[in-house]
Design a protein. Structure first.
Length: 202
């Protein structure tokens, strides 16, 4: 029996969520038209971004079971091209997220945390842990939640579970994300993601 690929089956929703996570809103019908190669009323820049995000999903689909380490994540982020500033380049300076100061990255700490998460036995728990960590680690100036969703979906898809379904239009989800980034307390977000965001496919 041929393995069902959940990324292919749900690519319009995934691209829609990816666009929203970097501040771009495009109707799903127009995303579908762009992906089909027909006329979608989205503008040249948005069409390029849609194709960049599609490329990112094809990358994780074609690299199933490859190690999720810093080089893998930076290469994935680099697929965004000129969609966002400094794509594929790890953040080298401190930054601010709204009223939260984000310190300079410690690459050794990042590598150790990715290695710790990779050892988690449960695929669902591993996917949640990657999403939660990468959302707040701010490895890049922009596009962090998109990368977090991609890596979580990679884990779920390669284990035949489904994909990470992020409610980008849900104000409660946005509140939980904000509180987590400001406080560093991940219990609420981890529970929410595990209960509401893992899309099981059969």
């Amino acid at each position: 029996m041929e393995k069902v690929n959940y990324i292919d089956e749900n690519i319009v929703d995934l691209v829609y969520q990816g666009l929203n996570s970097i501040g771009i809103t495009v109707h799903k019908l127009n995303i579908r038209r762009v992906l089909d190669g027909t006329c979608g009323i989205v503008g040249v820049n948005n069409e390029q971004t849609i194709n960049h995000i599609l490329e990112m999903y094809m990358r994780i689909k074609n690299t199933a079971h490859e190690c999720v380490d810093i080089p893998y994540i930076t290469a994935l982020h680099g697929s965004l091209g000129d969609t966002i500033p400094a794509s594929g380049m790890l953040r080298a300076q401190p930054m601010e997220y709204k009223d939260k100061f984000i310190k300079t990255l410690n690459y050794d700490d990042v590598a150790k945390e990715l290695q710790r998460i990779s050892a988690i036995e449960s695929a669902e728990d591993k996917a949640v842990a990657y999403f939660v960590y990468l959302t707040r680690a701010f490895l890049f100036k922009e596009g962090n939640m998109l990368v977090a969703q991609l890596i979580a979906t990679k884990v779920l898809d390669e284990n035949g579970i489904g994909y990470m379904d992020i409610p980008v239009d849900d104000n409660n989800f946005k509140r939980i994300i904000y509180n987590y980034i400001v406080t560093g307390q991940d219990a609420e977000l981890s529970a929410y993601v595990k209960e509401n965001c893992i899309k099981h496919c059969k």
